[in-house]
Design a protein around this ligand. Structure first.
Ligand SMILES: NC(=O)C1=CN([C@@H]2O[C@H](COP(=O)(O)OP(=O)(O)OC[C@H]3O[C@@H](n4cnc5c(N)ncnc54)[C@H](OP(=O)(O)O)[C@@H]3O)[C@@H](O)[C@H]2O)C=CC1
Ligand SMILES: O=C(O)CCC(=O)C(=O)O
Length: 419
């Protein structure tokens, strides 16, 4: 019996079983590695602007405590449930271990559509969520960060709420804060920047020149918009971009900077251009060299996987590709070079780690230092994953997860169990 259910947790569980079989992990050790150490569920009441009261469910799952504090983002979305949050926490563990960060994985979430809240209501909900979590988090216990539906402003409210309770400013309680409130330069851009850096490494392996390449990006929030801008900055023609409100396609290339300004002004891609409107059902299978899913989980199922027309799949989102889709991609052999999520989008948590280190030391780095160290870690992980995949004749996802799981397993074995 487990409280973790639903399609996203089932996906994380299936992936883990594949890795456990590949690594020949003993049956009696598997549950200890997969199931989260702690899960916290809270009710967050707020006053609505019309004077009524509303209660939102919030969660935080801390997956394992064997390497250090736990780390991971907080998602505000209508889909959030304990199973989704737990799956995302499990993935954070493998991601942090692969990158060599001193953290276990965590994730949080509130079941809410943030677009339906006023700014005042969003602030009230953010503060209430952190207030409810204060007994369970701390700079050496669990450090939150942004994810879907949250941003730098929400992190500043989290940090302020925790600090008011503590009696002095505790910058290191969350990462992804504004630079003006103890954030680091380069964190806002880090995930998309890392995605594109690794997409370029993959393209290089396939002899694709950026200036001859095309890209399609799903999702135009933090990760998607920065990925699109970085791709365009390297001379890649971004031919597709989408969010909930619209899918745009132009084989001649989209004006990415204009899209970003439009989204900043209006809140979405809708209304940018009716001539560029594309069919949402065909969006992910548009022909391109680089496909960046940067929205949500399970968007690439077996049917989409069979029809993908990209050469590089650079997973900006967490869990965009289902295990059934992975099997289809494996059958397609070398046709699609997959840069798996826990490698591809690790730039965010890597720079969050740098932010935490800087906050603890109260010594702040220049942006070129942040980026140099980020690329060093991403390049190291890329080499480890691709050489392990070649050595063991497995997919890059299996290789990446195997490296992460092995590190967590080793830490648990070395520390042992209480008698
Ligand atoms: N932020 C970070 O540092 C990191 C994020 N990630 C992952 O990246 C992904 C995106 O996160 P982030 O950019 O922060 O989130 P944001 O909330 O900033 O942006 C999400 C974007 O995805 C769009 N979107 C959501 N669902 C769909 C859909 N079904 N089809 C098309 N577009 C959709 C949203 O559109 P709309 O606004 O119209 O709803 C929005 O443009 C998530 O999987 C997250 O877990 C991974 C590592 C780090
Ligand atoms: O920056 C962080 O700590 C976590 C980012 C995150 O949630 C993720 O990598 O999925």
């Amino acid at each position: 019996m487990t409280i973790y259910s639903g399609p996203v947790f089932e996906m994380a569980r299936q992936q883990f079983q594949t890795i456990a079989d590949h690594l020949d992990i003993r049956e009696d050790e598997r549950d200890r590695l997969l199931y989260p150490k702690r899960a916290i569920a809270v009710s967050c009441p707020i006053h609505r602007d019309d004077g009524s009261m509303a209660v939102f469910q919030g969660y935080r799952v801390q997956h394992h405590l064997s390497i250090g504090a736990t780390k991971g983002g907080v998602r505000f979305a209508p889909t959030v449930d304990i199973g989704e949050v737990a799956a995302l926490a499990v993935w954070m563990s493998w991601k942090c271990a692969l990158a060599g960060l001193p953290y276990g994985g965590a994730k949080g979430g509130v079941t809410v559509n943030p677009l339906e809240l006023s700014v005042r209501e969003l602030e009230a909900l953010s503060r209430r969520y952190m207030q409810e979590m204060i007994p369970f988090v701390g700079p050496h216990i669990d450090i939150m960060a942004p994810d879907m539906g949250t941003n730098e402003q929400v992190m500043a409210w989290f940090m302020d709420t925790y600090s008011v309770h503590h009696g002095s400013t505790v910058n290191e309680i969350v990462t992804g804060k504004p630079v003006s409130s103890g954030g680091t330069v380069g964190r806002r851009e880090a995930t998309g920047r890392g995605v594109v850096h690794l997409a370029m490494r993959a393209a290089e392996r396939l002899n694709i020149r950026p200036t001859n390449a095309t890209a399609v990006v799903q999702g135009f929030g933090n990760v998607g918009s920065i990925s699109a801008l970085e791709l365009a900055g390297r001379g890649v023609r971004v031919v597709g971009a989408s969010d909930h409100t619209a899918c745009l396609h132009d084989p001649r290339g989209l004006p990415v900077a204009d899209l970003e300004r439009h989204v900043a002004r209006t809140g979405g891609l809708a209304g940018f251009s009716s001539e560029m409107a594309a069919d949402p059902k065909e969006f992910l299978t548009l022909p391109c060299d680089i496909l960046v899913p940067a929205a949500t989980e399970r968007v690439i199922d077996e049917s989409v996987a069979a029809r993908l027309r990209c050469r590089v799949l650079a997973e900006g989102a967490n869990g965009p590709t289902t295990p059934a889709a992975d099997a289809v991609l494996a059958e397609r052999g070398d046709e699609v070079f997959v840069v798996p999520d826990i490698l591809c989008n690790a730039g965010g948590v890597v720079v969050s780690y740098f932010e935490w280190v800087q906050d603890l030391q109260q010594l702040f780095w220049e942006e070129d230092e942040v980026n140099r160290r980020l690329m060093h870690i991403l390049d190291r992980s890329f080499e480890q994953v691709t050489s392990r995949a070649a050595r063991d004749k497995v997919s890059q996802r299996t290789a990446a997860m195997a490296i992460g799981v092995e590190k967590v397993q080793r830490a648990k074995q070395t520390r042992g169990l209480f008698p």
